[in-house]
Design a protein around this ligand. Sequence first.
Ligand code: ADP
Ligand code: MG
Length: 270
Amino acid sequence: MRDSSPNSSDENASRVTVELRDVSKIYESGVVALGPLDLRVSEGEFVSLLGPSGCGKSTALRLIAGLTTPTTGRVLLAPRKGDTRAGHSIGFVFQEPTLMPWTSVADNVGLPLQLAGVTATEARPRIQDALAQVGLAEFADRYPRELSGGMKMRASLARALVTRPKILLMDEPFAALDEITRFRLNDDLLALWRSLRMTVVFVTHSVFESVYLSQRVLVMTARPGRRSFERRIESDEPRSAAFRTSVAYADHCRAVSEALAPAYAGALSL
Ligand code: ADP
Ligand code: MG
């Protein structure tokens, strides 16, 4: 079972929305995949997890989403203000868009609502909203095969947004896209994060992407992933192409890359 952490008594202090407390994961196969890991993400924060393949990043996201349970430690999600139900709406975006090829973009995006028993009449405007948020308003009746890679990922993002999540978990969502498309999606994601005020935990292999997007970058060790380094990324908001070419951006990228190097060396020697 997942717990809810008590509210901070100081309403002005940034509320912790997601907390991993001394969490580790050992799969039934015996693979020690993660941790122990401590992670606290504040409400509305954008945090990236960076680390070599197999260090447990996806496992960490799955633990937060409640798709798997920790072997030790606790995963805590703060109760939402005014939320009378225990349920949390969490959006999850995977590396592959995983769209159903036999049905329209709108039906794909509406799937979480359909699974939740929302009526078609009620779902329709919400699907349209989600499509508009990702710039696909005109593509509701198209089929996934008619979309480019970037558009498929937009549809996948719309499907995650359709339940209006306050927590968005993204697992290397743009890794398969070309750089220009990725940059565009990065900017659109930041705009959505600002306007929807979501808490985002973003997994990526790319130092550049993590620094561009995040308020905080957390570098993990090789498996089992633990925290090896953390850096706060402060910059003028909103971020734009100017940030990518700034000296500060280059400094952050260098520091994060240096922190990541030993983790990759560790992964290679396994
Ligand atoms: P990452 O996302 O950082 O690449 P994962 O969280 O996917 O890492 O995996 C961490 C480790 O756990 C890897 O060694 C992987 O093979 C293993 N693993 C992941 N999922 C499972 C599973 N369902 N059963 C057994 N081992 C798993
Ligand atoms: Mg992964």
